[in-house]
Design a protein around this ligand. Structure first.
Ligand code: XMP
Length: 326
């Protein structure tokens, strides 16, 4: 398989080129895999979903997808993965609800970097356990894309897809979208029949809502993050902002503020909304949300999300703030 993006390779900018890429990759995958089996960690993000759809098209039931629900995913994400890959594509999908495992490991953990490590390690452990149960797997599919390779070459960050699995688990890698940029991956995904909601997904951190439920994660507050995020996504979609804003989400801090609800004093969490634009996530500017949309969001979040009595908007660009709060 082509290791580098060829200098002369034209950008995949239209459906014809995307279809040609799919056709070529399907035959390359068939050649590489033969009658062997491939394992893939399917998070539901753009890259792993496109790889799953490509592999499924090429080798059908020789592909085994493992979807780990960490309990830190957005509302409806696991359900969508099951619906698309199990029900529509008829792929082998192994669904693991590991919510309790993750939340137990995160009990009383306050430091964001420790939370990240625990979530990353736990993910590998759950995935390796599942891999161990399957027999005769020779290949591991990965959603590596071209910017991952460029970044790891520059030494900016570890190439996050390249493993962490125990050393005794040796797989050959299958990385069918490694020569693509993100916009090309999205186009290929569309041509493979993946839903817009999956292909157009905004960036989402590996540790998920775990770094948006600030400080020590508590289940009720985690639900407040998930529910307020779902409302924000719904309202942004209605307003067409899901097509233009780079990343938008909610954060719930670990303190409460005084308010009034139904004529009575309340003491509940604030929800912080963040909506930013960026090209490469290294810097970011703040989206100017229309005031009437802000009011709608405040009204919905304070009435529909349990335990919340206040909504704030984060006006901080990056720098000085990072995109995430933790
Ligand atoms: P920051 O917060 O550093 O985020 O401005 C830049 C981009 O990276 C995402 N992000 C992460 N992605 N694991 C990831 O896979 C992480 O631990 C992580 N932390 C931040 C963030 O959502 C933004 O798109």
């Amino acid at each position: 398989m082509e290791l580098r993006r060829p200098e002369e390779m034209a950008r995949i900018t239209n459906e014809t080129l995307a279809d040609k890429f799919i056709e070529e990759q399907v035959s390359l995958i068939k050649e590489q895999i033969g009658n062997q089996k491939v394992l893939l960690a399917l998070s539901g993000g753009v890259d792993s979903s496109v790889v799953a759809a490509l592999l499924s098209k090429a080798i059908g039931k020789q592909l085994y997808c493992v979807h780990v629900n960490t309990g830190l995913l957005r509302k409806g994400e696991s359900e969508e993965v099951i619906d698309v890959f199990q029900n529509q594509m008829d792929a082998n999908l192994i669904y693991i609800d590991a919510t309790d495992r993750f939340l137990d490991k995160l009990k009383n953990v306050e430091d964001p970097e420790t939370k990240r490590k625990i979530i990353g390690n736990e993910f590998i452990e759950v995935f390796a356990e599942e891999a161990g149960k399957l027999e005769g797997i020779k290949f591991l599919g990965q959603g590596t894309i071209w910017p991952d390779i460029l970044e790891s070459e520059k030494g900016i960050k570890a190439h996050h897809n390249s493993g962490g699995l125990p050393e005794d688990m040796e797989f050959e890698l299958v990385e069918p979208v490694r020569i693509l940029f993100k916009d090309e991956v999205r186009l290929v995904g569309r041509r493979l029949g993946l839903p817009e909601s999956m292909v157009d997904r905004q960036p989402f951190p590996g540790p998920g809502l775990g770094v948006r439920c600030l400080g020590v994660i508590e289940r009720k507050r985690l639900e407040a993050v998930r529910e307020s995020d779902a409302i924000l996504r719904e309202e942004f979609k209605k307003a067409g902002l899901n097509k233009t804003v780079w990343q938008y989400f909610t954060v719930v801090p670990d303190f409460r503020t005084t308010g009034v609800k139904d004529g009575k004093r309340s003491f509940e969490w604030p929800v912080i909304i963040r909506a930013v634009n960026s090209v490469d996530a290294m810097t970011a500017t703040v989206e100017e949300i229309p005031f009437d949309l802000m009011q709608k969001l405040v009204q919905r979040i304070t009435t529909e999300v349990e335990g919340v009595n206040r909504v704030l908007y984060d006006f901080t660009p990056k720098p000085t703030g990072t995109i995430e709060w933790e």
